[in-house]
Design a protein around this ligand. Sequence first.
Ligand SMILES: [Fe+2]
Ligand SMILES: [Fe+2]
Length: 277
Amino acid sequence: MAQRLDYPGAANWSVDHIPYDQINRDAVHGDEQLFFVIASASFVEITSDLFTRSLAGFFADDVELATWLLESWEPEELQHGEALKRYVKAVWPEFDWDRTYEEFLVAYRPLCAPELLASTRALEMAARCVVETGTASFYRMLAHSTDEPVLKLIANNIRSDEVRHYKHFFHAFERYRAVEGTGRAAVLRALLAEMAEIDSQDGYLAFKYVFQARNPGRKFDASDYAAYRERIRDLARDHFPTDSAIKMLLKPLGLPAFASRWIVPPVTAATRLLVLR
Ligand SMILES: [Fe+2]
Ligand SMILES: [Fe+2]
């Protein structure tokens, strides 16, 4: 298998070349839901470096993978956060991104402890495949759902990075699955656990802090997040690339197509795969 050839290169875009001065602000400024989605995503993406340390440490003796994580993956994820952050600041300057992010970070940091990694390397790589599937699908949905050209450009740039990340993690997964003899049932358990974890941590916390900053004096309630998720589901119904997400998830499982019926509910409840690291 020509794995080397399949390894994609580095990102071919730079946040410094995004034409933020050409944003059609009127088209997006009044869209509160979009604001929450992009601000939350910017928080999680720009915090990727916290998680990279744990992950690179877990693979420290796999020099090729550890190097890629630190020198390619991390800077690219950080650039996703930076691109979204600049977009938020350009469109919603009334939102204090920096202060709100600091508050979020205090709550988020403990969740990136090393013990949250999967029990084996193969399973951790399977979990990474889920996350990259989620982010790739999310940015594809975002690009598809907006007519604002600068946001579309950013979302498409990020999406292509996430697909490359998925491929890289998938190759590593195959390698470790062979070495560790990982069975399908263990992979499935790890994938479902990863989806549940994403659901309960990243998106929820990011939304909570963005919401609190956006609604000063109002106490955040779990029902606010539930309402947000409901609106995301509406968006996903029209724009979520369910088929490609299923293919990306079934591949590491090594399961036949009929198993997709099992995978569809969590995938289409797209919040579980949305604003991820
Ligand atoms: Fe990303
Ligand atoms: Fe990624």
